[in-house]
Design a protein around this ligand. Sequence first.
Ligand SMILES: NC(=O)C1=CN([C@@H]2O[C@H](COP(=O)(O)OP(=O)(O)OC[C@H]3O[C@@H](n4cnc5c(N)ncnc54)[C@H](OP(=O)(O)O)[C@@H]3O)[C@@H](O)[C@H]2O)[C@@H](O)CC1
Ligand SMILES: [K+]
Length: 509
Amino acid sequence: MQVVTGEEMKEVDRYAIESLGLKEELLMENAGRAVAEVIMEDHSLQEKAAILIGKGNNGGDGFVVARVLIDHGMDVDVWLLADPNEFEGAACYHKEIYENLGREWKEWDASLCEMDDYDVVIDAMLGTGVRGPLRPPYKEAVLAVNKGSADVISIDIPSGVPSESGKIPETVIYADTTVVIQAPKCSAYLYPATDCYGAIRTVDIGLRKVIENNVPIRRKVWTKNDVCHSLPHRIPNAHKGTHGKGLLIGGSKSMPGAVTLAASACLNSGAGLLTTAAPSSVMPVVHSQLPETMGMPLPEQGGAIAGDLMGMDFNTNPYQAVAAGPGLGREKTIKPLVRRLLTEVNAPLLLDADALYFLPELEQEVKARNAPLIITPHPGEMSRLTGEKTEKINNQRFTLSREFAMEKGCYLVLKGPHTIVTTPDGDQFINTSGNEALARGGTGDVLTGLILGLLLQGKETSASVMNAVYLHGLTADIAVKKSRQTYAMTASDFIHLLPLAFRSIISSF
Ligand SMILES: NC(=O)C1=CN([C@@H]2O[C@H](COP(=O)(O)OP(=O)(O)OC[C@H]3O[C@@H](n4cnc5c(N)ncnc54)[C@H](OP(=O)(O)O)[C@@H]3O)[C@@H](O)[C@H]2O)[C@@H](O)CC1
Ligand SMILES: [K+]
């Protein structure tokens, strides 16, 4: 499922209208009918509904919904928030059809419209055309809707919420359900705007192929189906070498656990062989937890890896993928190590956590890489990488991710609720698995291990990364489903649930 900006959606509409000859009135009819079908699936025709209609095309959709629901026998009050003479184009056309059928509307009046009289309120006030904070009377109407007890259904986008940014003005609709037309808008996956959408239902108005082929949208939700199609299949006559040989570098005296968690997740992801490289004093800790990993004790300085490796014969060529970062620490000595990895690793290289700390100082080495580089910052780390404030990163995750990944030529995994993966070509994939239980120490290390493990199994880089992100979120969903709480759980619990996450995918093959 593609995710669009308001501008991209307009371009899709324009193509359908100008190049295919589909009439705007017909698109609106399709939209309104499809929305009405969803409402009738979720609500009884015995319920009483109010439809609040604005002057743009979102309001036009509202007139079609009103007509269809009334045709089916529902008791519907239509409230107009705009001057009836201001309607234009397709919205005016559908207003007239509604009127020609002898149906009635009322001009919005806060003192006459009692929201608690209704079981359902349908928000057709503003869609992708909204600009800035709501003006009267929209603002008053939105406040009244939010205060009421009716079930709120927004058409396309909750009124007041922008399409592209996660930042919302003070007054916006908080919907229970948003019936999205053709494709969700970016704000559906950006906080805090996400919270306004409620449950998202998407309806097709006949533009699916246009979005796929004619006005290609390079931003999509990565679904369970995508995981099923791209997860590497296990071969019955495989040996351990079939599933890749990986190298994980991390750990320091004060953080031996991070690298251990990453190694454990990697070994639980189907990887064949894993070597864990850590300061020599940390290796016994790793081995005591994970006898399955091979060890590469590294020279150390002050409890961290000595970045120059003290002349040690260090060869990354035997590995199909390399990851570095968990628990490395930020000692100055780590920088030469990261530089060396960027220069010498000819396989996919994943840098996470402390390994990202030195990246802004290693621009040349990043740009000079030929093999894939994957980085996994959380918003705070992304702020350091870009020099932008964390708030801006959160509001514009799609735009800033794409700019960064394309400029640096890397795969960027911007973590957070709805993690976004961007390829060096600018393709974007959005994750929808996972929940707030993941907001705890160690889960990033688990993700690093999982990504390394799936990279080793030889699928396309973007699919391996997205599958790891999806499975990581799925373990948290399973954890919450099983324990019905999010307090008492640790990153290790998510690793222990990986078998169930994989089983859930395999059973859908
Ligand atoms: N195109 C198509 O083919 C299809 C489109 N479809 C539907 O159309 C929707 C997009 O329609 P749209 O572009 O008309 O925008 P929409 O949000 O309804 O209204 C814009 C109006 O709002 C006003 N306004 C703006 N900001 C405001 C504010 N802060 N406070 C108050 N008022 C404000 C602004 O007024 P102005 O500032 O110009 O005076 C302007 O006139 C889309 O979401 C989908 O539902 C479907 O039917 C499928 C086919
Ligand atoms: K709306």
